[in-house]
Design a protein around this ligand. Structure first.
Ligand SMILES: [Zn+2]
Length: 139
């Protein structure tokens, strides 16, 4: 470990640049720098090793978006599991369905009706796709 003396370069928080930058030690207090001069702006100020705590909140990592994506995926799997134990209508073109209905399609499997599109279509979300299907064909 190098001993810090007047003239040594240290990393310190610059009160003018508002960044942790290289500073030259001007005065010491024991073995620690007391006053330093910023190598960037030449401003002389008391030594601060880090950004002052308080007003500035720590930078948040973008974890939120990540977990949200995972949640959506999980919830769909959960919803599917839940729905398979619930009542659902077999899909047919003559059937009538409303938003929120669960239907069982011969080809696509279990799906949730996202929207009824008048007069005779429904938008249905299946495990890996959303399809528009015909309904209300019994007249
Ligand atoms: Zn500076």
């Amino acid at each position: 470990m190098t001993k810090i003396t007047a003239g040594s370069e240290v990393e310190a928080y610059c009160t003018k640049c508002k960044l942790v930058l290289a500073h030259t030690v001007v005065a010491l207090q024991g073995a620690k720098p007391r006053r330093v001069r910023c190598n960037t702006c030449s401003g002389e100020h008391n030594y601060r090793p880090n950004k002052p705590a308080g007003k500035l909140a720590p930078t948040k990592k973008p974890e939120k978006a990540k977990s949200a994506t995972r949640k959506t995926r999980q919830s769909w799997d959960e919803v599917m599991q839940e729905a398979s134990s619930k009542a659902h209508k077999p899909y047919s073109m003559s059937g009538s369905f409303i938003e929120g209905d669960w239907i069982e399609h011969a080809t696509f499997g279990l799906g949730c009706v996202q929207a009824f599109i008048p007069p005779n279509k429904i938008s249905v979300r299946f495990a890996d796709s959303t399809k528009t299907l015909i309904c209300n064909q019994n007249r």
